[in-house]
Design a protein around this ligand. Structure first.
Ligand SMILES: [Zn+2]
Ligand SMILES: [Zn+2]
Length: 303
């Protein structure tokens, strides 16, 4: 690498410099050509022929500028470094390049509040699911524009559902889905947010400050007792979009039993039976109680 290094880091580029190195069409073209060639490393001449450049001296100059930080050179030729791969993945996700227009479209399921039709809309790289009748929010979460390509509306809705589950599962486990930094979960009844619920979980990353908020029920999608309860009723929880599960989007299913320390009970009714799941302030399951319509109750402690 010919640029100057960050004085504090050992071999690390300062962020402004790293961005300036790749803020160049030719260099991005080189990274993309490398990425497209699956059988890497690739020889200098083979790589040159895959780019749009005619001048090999120019090509060599840009390749050297990328080398070490974004491109690695070995005896067998050139390859993408991990950072180079991240640049390509960010470009493929479309975050820096696309700002697509997506017309609102109807998604499967009904409003958990009024039974009305649900509609998704896309703005600022986020999907929002709202009731067309009463306007109740059923979640607003980020979705990179690259994920819209080559998918039908139904496929986009499914991918969005999968992604929301995955993001919240990571966040609730304390791992930032953006940077893998440490995430903290706090429960709050203060203020307003995009969710239309009075109690919500806020996950915030210490490292990159990425934040996500969710109704507390959303973290239960990943909990074995809840999946087992649905299985016993012949339903696979993963087949239902999260926004069709009322306890994932509506706070009528939450009972705050104490705040110091937090204990919240989420009621999950299903076909004449009910699973009650008690959570602590970090949204860990501490107890589950299963009640059937014939009056039998089964209580399990998860401490
Ligand atoms: Zn509604
Ligand atoms: Zn982060």
């Amino acid at each position: 690498m010919s640029g100057t290094r960050d004085e504090t880091g050992e071999g690390e580029l300062a962020p402004a410099e790293a961005f300036s190195v790749i803020a160049n069409e030719t260099r991005l073209d080189i990274l993309e050509s490398l990425w497209e060639y699956e059988d890497r490393p690739i020889r200098f001449s083979a790589l040159f022929s895959r780019t749009d450049l005619d001048d090999s001296a120019q090509f060599n100059y840009h390749l050297q500028e990328l080398t070490d930080q974004f491109v690695v050179k070995t005896e067998a030729g050139y390859d993408l470094s991990h950072t180079g791969g991240q640049v390509i993945r960010a470009l493929r996700a479309g975050t820096y390049t696309h700002s697509p227009e997506v017309d609102p479209f109807e998604v499967p399921g009904e409003c958990t509040h009024c039974g009305g039709p649900l509609e998704s809309s896309y703005e600022d790289e986020q999907f929002t699911i709202t009731c067309r009748n009463c306007g109740k929010a059923h979640g607003k979460y980020p979705f990179p524009p690259g994920g819209l390509e080559d998918r039908t509306e139904a496929e986009i809705a499914t991918a969005f559902d999968e992604r929301v589950r995955h993001l919240h599962c990571l966040a609730a486990d304390g791992v930032c889905p953006e940077c893998a930094g440490r995430m903290h979960t706090t429960l709050t009844r203060q203020g307003e947010c995009c969710l239309d619920v009075s109690l919500r979980a806020e996950h915030r990353c210490e490292r990159c400050r990425h934040s996500l908020c969710s109704p507390v029920g959303l973290v239960l999608l990943d909990e074995a007792p809840v999946a087992a309860f649905y299985d016993d009723h012949g339903i696979s929880l993963t087949d239902r979009p999260y926004w069709t599960l009322p306890w994932c989007v509506d706070d009528a299913y939450y009972d705050v039993q104490s705040t110091e320390p937090w204990r919240i009970e989420v009621a999950i009714p299903l076909d004449g039976e009910q699973l009650r799941v008690a959570l602590d302030g970090e949204l860990r399951v501490v107890e589950t109680t299963r009640e059937s319509c014939d009056g039998t109750t089964e209580c399990v402690s998860h401490d």
